[in-house]
Design a protein around this ligand. Structure first.
Ligand code: PMP
Length: 492
């Protein structure tokens, strides 16, 4: 024993009820864990002092510095119910972040929980590498082919998350051209401000220096086009339709400069998400599709956020009326309850790969088609369709967007409000509206903290507050978010 903590051995896999095996495993494994004294016995829980003491110390968190986690320890979330989460001190808030754009059905989606636990009992894992598969993965591939039929996508390659799905699409794009005798098509195009995850390929097409610079050199042959971002763009153009044309012209110009026969694919988010919710004018995606088609370039939509209803349409491709060659999906495919993703594949890919003995896919993950993830996804899709979440996403999305625009009338700190397509809304904060100088981090942190104290978890990313709540948000929940934001801005 050591202060307030006891030391317990953690055998690699055992039941917590078997005290004898616990003791015998102690000397076998030599693997020790500190446990609070009060919690020794079956169903061990850490107490809050232990958790707070160790918070931000031994775990490096994504997207911040170890020093920051140490100096400002992250909120410890210990519970979730409906669209609300509860922290270690018992403070409950509406989750304006939706986990991380993924908990579309909220935290109490019993059919998904049941599917996960039933699958764990039946078969917790089996590989889908050559020669074996599992029943859940087969069922999911069928469900997805139905779900994405209107997008022209009928085949799935399963992954463990968004970055994996992006990487899969990029790799298969190169292979597609090699199979068709155009081995010189290896380059990738994407939008500045786009976010495509953090694998080396995804980071290379990523359009934000924060995810690139420290990890350079990245993949050669990746080129970026200006985003259709009316608030800030190199053309100084505020009209969305004209800006869409200018960005499309920049894309054509880059293709001509690189040479179309050197380019494998263009990847883009139908609505840019992590870059600050940037919805393009409705003409933009169809123009990009047309340019790609005319130049033999595959179009990949990165729908890690936009697939499964977030935009108020079942996919971003459907929102804009385009048919991509591949679509990267993840996040809401399992409601965030299990790490899982799917790269969906369309006719061109099918033509090049199927019935072709040379088309061996030298790509895949141990967890491709994980049966627990697949079972979660099957249940999640059924629930997503049963609840017809696109309707509520659209209605609550409009409420939130209009509410944020009303806040902009009230607070000069708000430079721009973007959204209007489902439950993806951003507030861009500035320290000076006239010059559009970005807000300092400390002010953003005040808004976030005061909003939290007033009942809402919100996410501040750079100068942006990004709102991506569960799609099952009620009108009253949306009002809680808006009220908490109001309090947050009032405190600055
Ligand atoms: N693409 C997009 C559009 C995303 O928003 C994200 C994650 N926010 C990713 C890819 C990466 O997904 P993951 O974090 O699951 O790897």
């Amino acid at each position: 024993m050591d202060g307030n903590w006891a030391i317990e051995a953690v055998p690699s896999c055992r039941t917590r009820h078997d005290d004898d095996s616990t003791l015998s495993a102690l000397s076998e494994t030599g693997h020790l864990r500190r446990l609070p004294l009060a919690s020794i016995g079956p169903h061990v829980m850490k107490d809050s002092n232990f958790l707070k003491e160790n918070n931000g110390r031994l775990m490096w968190h994504p997207m911040t510095s170890p020093q920051d986690s140490h100096d400002s320890p992250p909120k410890i979330i210990t519970g979730g119910s409906g669209v609300r989460v509860t922290d270690i001190d018992g403070h409950t808030v509406v989750d304006g972040v939706g986990g991380l754009w993924n908990v579309n059905l909220g935290y109490s989606c019993q059919p998904v929980k049941d599917a996960i636990s039933a699958q764990l009992d039946a078969l917790p894992y089996y590989s889908t590498f050559r020669g074996t598969t599992n029943d859940a993965a087969i069922e999911l591939s069928y469900e997805l082919s139905e779900f994405f039929a209107p997008d022209g996508l009928s085949r799935a390659f399963f992954t463990s998350g968004g970055s994996d799905s992006v990487e899969t699409a990029l790799r298969l794009a190169r292979q597609y051209h090699k199979l068709r005798g155009e081995a010189g098509r290896v380059k990738f195009l994407s939008l500045k401000k786009g976010y495509h995850g953090t694998h080396m390929g995804g980071a290379s097409v990523n359009g934000n220096a924060n995810f690139r610079t420290a990890y350079e050199p990245l993949l050669p042959g990746c080129f970026h086009i200006p985003a259709p971002y009316t608030y800030r763009n190199p053309f100084n153009e505020t009209d969305p339709a004209r800006l869409a044309q200018l960005c499309a012209a920049a894309l054509e110009d880059e293709i001509a400069f690189q040479g179309a026969t050197t380019i494998a694919a263009m990847i883009m988010e139908p609505i840019l998400g992590a870059g600050g919710v940037i919805p393009p004018h409705k003409s933009f995606a169809p123009m990009v599709q047309d340019i790609c088609n005319r130049n033999g370039i595959l179009l990949i939509t990165d729908e890690v956020i936009t697939a499964y209803g977030r935009t108020g349409a079942w996919s971003g491709a459907r929102l804009w009326g385009i048919k991509p060659d591949m679509m990267a999906t993840a996040k809401a495919i399992t409601n965030g309850y299990f790490p899982f993703g799917a790269a969906m594949l369309g006719e061109r890919m099918i033509e090049a790969f199927e019935g072709n003995p040379a088309a061996k896919i030298g790509h895949g993950y141990t967890y491709s088609g994980h049966p627990v993830g697949a079972a979660a996804a099957v249940a999640c899709l059924a629930e997503t369709k049963r609840l017809n979440v696109i309707e509520n996403a659209a209605a609550r999305g409009t409420q939130l967007f209009e509410g944020c625009k009303a806040l902009m009338e009230k607070y000069d700190i708000i430079g721009d409000v973007r959204g209007g397509h489902g439950l993806m809304t951003a507030i861009e904060m500035v320290s000076d509206r006239a010059t559009k100088a970005p807000i300092d981090a400390a002010t953003g942190a005040i808004v976030q903290e005061v909003a939290y104290q007033n009942g809402a978890m919100i996410r501040v990313s750079g100068p942006n507050i990004i709102l991506s709540p569960p799609l099952v948000l009620s009108e009253a929940d949306a009002d809680v978010l808006l009220g908490a934001l109001d309090a947050g801005f009032a405190a600055t």
